[in-house]
Structure formats: structure tokens, C-alpha cells
Design a protein around this ligand. Structure first.
Ligand code: ADP
Ligand code: MG
Length: 379
């Protein structure tokens, strides 16, 4: 290996320097496809005609609330859960009837699932030994994988002798030791504290960049999903609510559910009259750039950072409100305000712009109608 220069001294820094682009292992993510996959547990339908394709080398995150079916998708892809109907293919080959070890898939579980009676090196070498790799070569690749997750030299330790973050790294090393073209991760950072989680998010991105594998990542944390992913699929009760890039989901949510789920926002009841949208709660009629939806209930999605507060009226599109609370966030100040009609509105201002606001202040909030997105509320 001889690549000590790759690592920084500071543990919280990303594992690779920006110039480190050499790839090892699979060097080839493979595409994945789900076609109309249904999975039932007794009378309960966990996956309901789930279809999507994941591109070669993509970082795809499945984001959803607890119980929405995220783990079922990963387990079906890995081969731990049989599906009732539909098709799953990896690199163009149907795999849904194959056993897990023939799918070319590495998996990291939420609870690490390390073997407590094996030391770290043996844990990481386990998938290699299972695949018939000779001892020496297995040891070499085990060391290589531990090097990638920055645990070189800890191979002799037992899982109980490691911190939670280190155990999680071992689980990642074990999942990548046999160079799988597909890496699956089921809420791998769920048990760690925020600071460590953020540091490991960078590492996971860098590991994927080095390995070139296709990653399917599961989380219920929308911030984590936005930080990591090329694309995110928002899952709701076993069905796809919306699929898109982080920016797509943030800027152009199609439903109230997605708008609420991704980032902080205001969803204001709206009614439509031709090209115009009537916002009774704000006492406004606006003409947004595009109008969506059929007969479903409509809402206007207005992100907190798209609102500007002023002390006096005078803007084209604005409404009055009273400041309720201000929350200091460092670079910005988050403010909650109440409209005369009694709905809460959240907005965020740069620190200097909001510094004078206090509870009880009368303000005017303005926005650009082109920043407002109409969303529907579908059951
Ligand atoms: P998530 O990972 O999004 O929290 P899961 O995929 O684990 O959700 O589960 C989806 C739904 O399927 C849940 O309602 C869960 O209770 C149910 N489920 C999952 N596995 C089983 C099982 N082995 N037997 C019965 N129900 C299950
Ligand atoms: Mg789960």
C-alpha cells in the first residue's frame, strides 16, 4: 500500500486529501432496477409495486419515516427478504431468486452486527473467507479495507474494545472488503452522536468515490440524505412519494408531505382561481409561475429563507404579522410570527438583518411569488 500520505492527522478530517483519486476494488458501480416489487408481511403490504432504477456508481438514498419500508427494500435487494412479486436486477441480471452471497452486495446494518467473538481483522476478512479467498490474500484485503476506514493497526482488537464510531467503521470495512460493486447501508450512523455523524458522512462520500461502487443508503434523517446523495427517493407507506436530487426535493416538492419532510418550511392553505392563487390566511392573491394539481387540496410552500421582514409596508407581495419568538442560530436568526388570521409563519434572516426583532413587534413579510411553490396534499 505505502500510502500513508493519504491520511490527515486530525481524526475529524476527511480520509483522503483532495488529490487522492486512485480507485481500488470494484471500480465499477453497477446499475440496479426494481420492477413492480411487492412485499407483504401477512396481510400487511410493506412494498406496493415499487419500481425504480439506480444508476451505475450513483449514491441513492431512501428517505422515509420509520415503518415506511426502507429496510425492506434493502433487505430485498441484498437477498435477506424474499419478494412476493416483481423483479430486482443488478447489472442487468435478475437476482431476486439468488442467495445473498451471489448478488455482489455488501451491507452495513444499523446495529453493526459485528461478530463479538472475532477480532476486527477476522470480522473484516469474513466475507472473503466465505467466498473462498485464501488466508493470506484475505488478510491483505482485510488490512486494505481497514486502511480505507482509518483503522489500520486495530485488527487485533475485539469489537467490545472499540467505540461506537470505530465499530461502525469496522462494519463498513467488512462490507467493502470483497470489493462489492453495490454497497448497501441501513441507517449506519443512527446510533452515533451528531458530531461524529457529520464527520462520518464525509468519510462515506469519500469511500464511495474511491471504490466507485453504487451505494444505496437508508436514513430517516433528511439532512443526512441531502448531504450525501446524488438522488433521494422519498418513501411513504411502501410507495415512492417523490424521486429527485436534493435540490429538486427542496426547491420543487410536489406534495405537502415532501415539502414538510425536507427542511423547515411554511405550507399555507391555498385555493385556485384560473391562473391566480388565493391565500386567505395572508390576505393575498398571487400569480405563481406554474400551477399544479387537479382537485387535490392545494398549499403554497414558502421556505423560511425566502421571506423578508420589514418594519413598514410598501412591497408588492406582502402580509402583516407579529413576531412571536426569535431563535439565534449563529449565522442566521430564525423567527416565528403570527398572521392576523392566526397561522404561524417561520422565517429566517441573516443575523444583521434580524437583530432588532423582538416578540410583539409588528412586521410586514414579503416574498417573490416565483419563489413560492404550489404543492398538493395527496392521501
Ligand atoms: P423502515 O426500515 O422504513 O423503518 P421496514 O422496512 O423495516 O421499515 O418495515 C416496513 C413495515 O413492514 C413496518 O410496518 C414493519 O412493521 C413491517 N415489517 C417489516 N419486517 C417485518 C416482518 N418480518 N414481519 C412483519 N412485519 C414486518
Ligand atoms: Mg429500517
Amino acid at each position: 500500500m505505502g500510502q500513508e500520505h493519504r491520511y490527515r492527522k486530525d481524526e475529524t478530517q476527511p480520509i483522503s486529501s483532495p488529490v487522492e483519486t486512485s480507485r481500488i476494488g470494484a471500480d465499477h458501480g453497477v446499475p440496479i432496477a426494481f420492477r413492480n416489487v411487492t412485499k407483504r408481511f401477512g396481510a400487511f403490504t410493506a412494498l406496493d409495486g415499487f419500481s425504480m432504477t439506480i444508476e451505475r456508481g450513483e449514491f441513492l438514498t431512501i428517505l422515509g419515516e420509520s415503518g415506511s419500508g426502507k429496510s425492506t427494500i434493502l433487505n430485498a435487494l441484498a437477498g435477506f427478504v424474499p419478494i412476493d412479486s416483481g423483479e430486482i436486477s443488478i447489472d442487468g441480471k435478475a437476482v431476486h431468486a439468488l442467495p445473498p452471497e451471489q448478488r455482489g452486495v455488501g451491507m452495513v446494518f444499523q446495529n453493526y452486527s459485528l461478530f463479538p467473538h472475532m477480532n476486527v481483522a477476522d470480522n473484516v476478512a469474513f466475507p472473503l473467507r466465505m467466498r473462498g479467498v485464501q488466508k493470506r490474500e484475505a488478510r491483505r484485503r482485510s488490512e486494505e479495507a481497514l486502511d480505507i476506514v482509518r483503522l489500520s493497526g486495530l485488527g487485533h482488537r475485539f469489537p467490545r474494545e472499540l467505540s461506537g464510531g470505530q465499530q461502525q467503521r469496522v462494519a463498513v470495512a467488512r462490507a467493502i472488503s470483497f470489493h462489492p460493486p453495490v454497497l448497501l447501508m441501513d441507517e449506519p450512523l443512527g446510533a452515533l452522536d451528531l458530531k461524529l455523524r457529520e464527520a462520518l458522512q464525509f468519510e462515506i462520500k469519500q469511500i464511495q468515490r474511491r471504490l466507485g461502487c453504487t451505494v444505496v443508503y437508508v436514513t430517516h434523517d433528511q439532512r443526512e440524505a441531502m448531504a450525501l446523495s446524488d438522488r433521494i427517493v422519498v418513501l411513504r407507506s411502501g410507495r415512492i412519494e417523490q424521486l429527485g436530487s436534493s435540490a429538486d426535493l427542496y426547491d420543487k416538492p410536489r406534495t405537502k408531505f415532501v415539502a414538510d419532510f425536507i427542511g423547515q418550511t411554511n405550507v399555507i392553505p391555498a385555493t385556485r382561481s384560473g391562473r391566480q392563487v388565493i391565500l386567505d390566511h395572508l390576505g393575498l392573491i398571487i400569480t405563481p409561475p406554474s400551477i399544479t394539481g387537479g382537485d387535490d387540496p392545494l398549499f403554497l410552500n414558502l421556505r423560511p429563507e425566502k421571506l423578508t421582514a420589514r418594519r413598514a409596508e410598501g412591497q408588492e407581495v406582502e402580509f402583516p404579522a407579529t413576531v412571536q419568538e426569535t431563535v439565534f442560530l449563529g449565522d442566521t436568526i430564525s423567527v416565528s410570527a403570527m398572521t392576523p388570521s392566526g397561522i404561524a409563519i417561520y422565517f429566517r434572516q441573516p443575523r444583521h438583518a434580524a437583530s432588532g426583532l423582538s416578540p410583539g413587534d409588528a412586521i410586514w413579510l414579503s416574498f417573490d411569488p416565483s419563489d413560492a411553490v404550489l404543492v398538493v396534499d395527496v392521501p
